[in-house]
Write a protein that binds this ligand. Structure first.
Ligand code: NDP
Length: 434
């Protein structure tokens, strides 16, 4: 806390991991040597920079850009770029710390990083978005490279923004290195990358349900958010026979008691991805009830998939979900549940997966995109999906192996933290004091 004043999200993420690791560390004392935990809580490098750009009225605008290069212990720094007004050092440090453990869980050789800017893409013209992305990338390019640091998208950064940034990096470096993942298919992207995080989250939920003899078929599901992760979580849940009742954004929730259909999802994607509209616009188009200022967690469901942002599901929300009979919560977003909410789920023996395990499919598929780029090959949709599915099953198994307690119950929180930590810690120990 003293080293990171005014960084509540970062302290929350580190404390959650350390709390769950404590009993394991008591039994494996070599991991407490060499200030390993302290080193892991200190990012290897942080870059902060000024981003100046010109708006449509010719006015100069100013934002702050960041890249937190957290750990290179097991591979090049890897993690998304977020454009949102709430971006600050605390948020990006928490995301980079989580990313290091998540990337280790994928078993692919990727370190951890996160970056972004306090830029708000909402209400900006396409030209303004392009100029901002180019200004941001013109500084970021000094710090990244295919063997150094490979950024991707996150909140506010989708295929369009990745393309603008990758284009600027290419122009300035005069190299065709595919430094970003999440690229368009026309310039080195991988099939299935847009779908990967949402699909992976549902694959993980499916594995958890199997341990209790259940499946997604016929489940009532609530999803929060309506961006990239939410859209493909809805798609895969529907495909597996579930009824998805909600989607949301920061202004409220749409409640659809009949459930999403492929046609409704196509409409949502049209509103969100092509018109950069609001979930209320979608509700209005389909004549569905819109609940302003309300989160989806009071709707009775069997499975909840938080896919929006950090701390969007608190203790009261968790209690409401539990009282209404939820049996499985799989996080598509990063740290969407507060620590109190997590404890409620675990105490009630709900199947609960933390984001670093259940949403790792996105970065795993980014790792597959890096492999395809390095080999100058493109895998088919089916090949990438099969690998993604196998990776999610592998992460689930690692969580079960490391998370089973003396009473036989599995804590996916403990399992994910121990499995990720051991991989990074072993690599750090082997490489000496750096
Ligand atoms: P998008 O920008 O595509 O969508 C974000 C969604 O979350 C929007 O619906 C947005 O609504 C909502 N949201 C953002 N901030 C808030 C807030 N403060 N309160 C309520 N809703 C909010 O981002 P992604 O779908 O890519 O990312 C969603 C989450 O998934 C993030 O936590 C991200 O870190 C995580 N993630 C993403 C991966 C990926 O591959 N994209 C990989 C792994 C994790 P609004 O438009 O109102 O802001």
């Amino acid at each position: 806390q003293q080293r990171n004043p005014g960084q509540p999200e970062y302290i929350q993420a580190v404390t959650e991991v350390y709390d769950s690791l404590t009993p394991f560390l008591h039994q494996h004392s070599h991991y407490t040597a060499q200030a390993l935990l302290e080193r892991m809580a200190e990012p290897e490098r942080i870059v902060m920079f000024r981003v100046c750009w010109t708006d449509d009225h010719g006015r100069v605008q100013l934002n702050r850009g960041y890249r937190v290069q957290h750990s290179m212990a097991i591979g090049p720094y890897k993690g998304g770029i977020r454009f949102h007004p709430s971006v600050n050092l605390s948020v990006l440090k928490f995301l980079a710390f989580e990313q290091t453990l998540k990337n280790a869980l994928t078993t692919l050789p990727m370190g951890g990083a996160k970056g972004g800017a306090d830029f708000d893409p909402k209400g900006k013209s396409p030209g303004e978005v392009m100029r901002f992305c180019q200004a941001f990338a013109s500084e970021l390019q000094r710090h990244i490279g295919a063997d150094t640091d490979v950024p991707a998208g996150d909140i506010g950064v989708g295929g369009r923004e990745v393309a603008y940034m990758a284009g600027m990096v290419k122009k300035l470096s005069n190299r065709a290195d595919c430094v970003f993942t999440g690229k368009g298919l026309s310039f080195g992207g991988s099939l299935m990358r847009p779908e990967a995080t949402g699909y992976g989250t549902v694959y993980f939920a499916q594995e958890m349900l199997k341990t209790r003899g259940l499946s997604m078929e016929g489940m009532r599901v609530s999803v929060s958010g309506s961006g990239n992760v939410a859209q493909y979580a809805i798609a895969k849940a529907m495909e597996l026979g579930a009824k998805v009742l909600t989607a949301s954004d920061s202004s409220g929730t749409v409640l659809d008691e009949q459930g999403f259909t492929p046609a409704k999802l196509a409409e949502l994607m049209e509103v969100k991805n092509h018109h950069y509209g609001r979930i209320s616009d979608y509700a209005a188009r389909l004549g569905l009830p819109f609940l302003p200022g309300v989160r989806p967690w009071h709707v009775p469901v069997d499975v909840a998939l938080p896919c929006a942002t950090q701390n969007e599901l608190d203790e009261a929300d968790a209690r409401s979900l539990i009282a209404n009979g939820v049996c499985c919560v799989a996080e598509g977003a990063n740290m969407p549940s507060t620590w109190q909410a997590v404890q409620c789920f675990e105490q009630a023996d709900i199947l609960y997966a933390p984001g670093k395990a259940s949403n790792a499919g996105g970065v795993a598929t980014s790792g597959l995109e890096m492999s395809q780029n390095a080999a100058r090959m493109n895998w088919t949709h089916g090949e990438v999906d099969a690998r993604l599915h196998a990776i999610m099953q592998g992460i689930h198994q690692a969580c079960v192996n490391h998370g089973r307690g003396a009473d036989g119950r599995v804590s996916y929180v403990r399992g994910a933290n121990i499995a990720g930590f051991v991989k990074v810690a072993d690599a750090m120990l082997a490489q000496g004091v750096l």
